[in-house]
Design a protein around this ligand. Structure first.
Ligand code: MN
Length: 387
């Protein structure tokens, strides 16, 4: 069976107010072109089809259009929910997926609960994203230290994978689709993923991958990479470069493979494409701005500019107004005012953080960053209160 493995579409993604959905839609058209030209029989989407819990109508329309085109081609879609996906929405659409010949697992189903899907000689095991919060009980978080906690996560993921692999037989074509962090994978994710889930903290050991799988289709890390030989396991990478922190030249795209009963997959092509616009961070000293701005102006993608020097909000506004494709201007300012900073006990922690950010970057923290900060503080306070 000829399979095309994709992941991390992130439909509905916006970057500093720019809607990336049209670029992702164009990339999905290219995916369909490959499905046709390579006579692909099954399309895999290993999570993060959508970028956020509230899906914009435009993103939904692109997704449904894609499903309809796949149905016309007679190609089923098999996938799992990633950490970004609207789980409830995907769960609600199960009946619709069936009509379209698609199967997208919104929640984990163990082997005993029908967690293994069969399509002819194919046995597919679908493992949606499981956060450490879902997998390790809150009570244990209080009792164990961070190291034990991570250990518990790794052990539980090992058990989940072992349970699901019961569905594989020696004479079937065995496919595992999962959205997770594999230990040792290149974690240069950039801002597209919440660092909460990365770092080496909550990762699955490669030796927890079932050896009976013919192919493991992974999502979550946006750079394409082969992460295991036995079983053959890949991150396909995202369709487009989603964030400035993700390498402009990093491989991404899809993996084309042949999966036959009782054999390890034969990878036919590591499809590495430059779909969507490139994103690049330019770093200039303030003094060299006039001389170097042309580099930025000529750049055909989306740009972020980091200026080393004293924050200048007027300059920032002018640069943003003059360059449509410039999405963000930050100042790196080392000579920040000393002595004025008041202790968090006086200001309150959030205000102290806000001032720190302003002094360091020349602007207040964004709302998303502030709310992440608040969440982290609340968790720390809860933990302290129950300690
Ligand atoms: Mn992702």
């Amino acid at each position: 069976m000829r399979i095309l493995h994709t992941a991390d579409w992130h439909l509905g993604k916006t970057l500093k107010g720019v809607d990336r959905t049209p670029e992702i839609a164009a990339a999905l058209k290219e995916v369909l072109r490959i499905v046709r030209s390579e006579r692909v029989e099954l399309l895999v989407a290993a999570g993060d089809l959508f970028d956020r819990p509230r899906v914009p109508a435009e993103a939904e329309a692109v997704f449904l259009e894609f499903l309809m085109e796949l149905k016309r081609l007679g190609v089923p879609l098999l996938g799992v929910a990633g950490n970004h996906d609207p789980r409830g929405r995907l769960a609600a659409w199960q009946g619709v997926f069936e009509v379209f010949g698609a199967d997208l697992a919104a929640e984990l189903r163990f082997f005993e609960e029908g967690g293994v899907r069969e399509w002819g000689s194919l046995r597919a095991v679908l493992l949606p994203f499981l956060s450490e919060r879902r997998l390790v009980k809150a009570a244990e978080v209080m009792e164990k230290d961070a190291g034990e906690h991570q250990q518990a996560y790794a052990e539980r993921m090992r058990k989940v994978l072992k349970n699901l692999a019961q569905g594989f037989a020696p004479n079937t074509a065995n496919l595992l689709v999962a959205h997770l962090t594999l230990e040792g994978a290149n974690l240069k994710l950039g801002g597209g993923e919440f660092t909460f889930y990365v770092g080496n903290s909550y990762a699955v050991s490669p030796d927890a991958l079932p050896p009976t799988a013919g192919y493991v289709a992974l999502g979550h890390i946006h750079h394409q990479q082969r992460v295991s030989d036995a079983p053959v396991a890949y991150y396909s990478g995202s369709l487009v470069q989603l964030d400035f922190g993700e390498g402009e030249d990093a491989p991404r795209g899809a993996v084309l493979l042949e999966l036959e009963p009782g054999k390890p997959a034969r990878v036919l092509a590591e499809v590495q494409e430059r779909w969507g616009k490139p994103l690049r961070t330019f770093r200039f000293a303030l003094e060299e701005l006039d001389r170097r701005i042309e580099e930025l102006e000529r750049f055909p993608g989306y740009a972020k500019l980091v200026l080393k020097g004293k924050p200048d909000p007027v300059l920032r506004e002018r640069l943003l107004a003059e360059n449509d494709h410039l999405l963000e201007v930050l100042f790196e300012f080392e000579g920040r005012a000393q002595g004025e900073a008041e202790a968090p006990e006086v200001l309150g922690v959030e205000e102290a953080y806000r001032r720190y950010h302003e002094a360091t970057y020349g602007e207040p923290p964004e709302e998303a960053l502030l709310s992440a900060f608040r969440r982290a503080m609340e968790e720390a306070e809860d933990a302290a209160a129950s300690a």
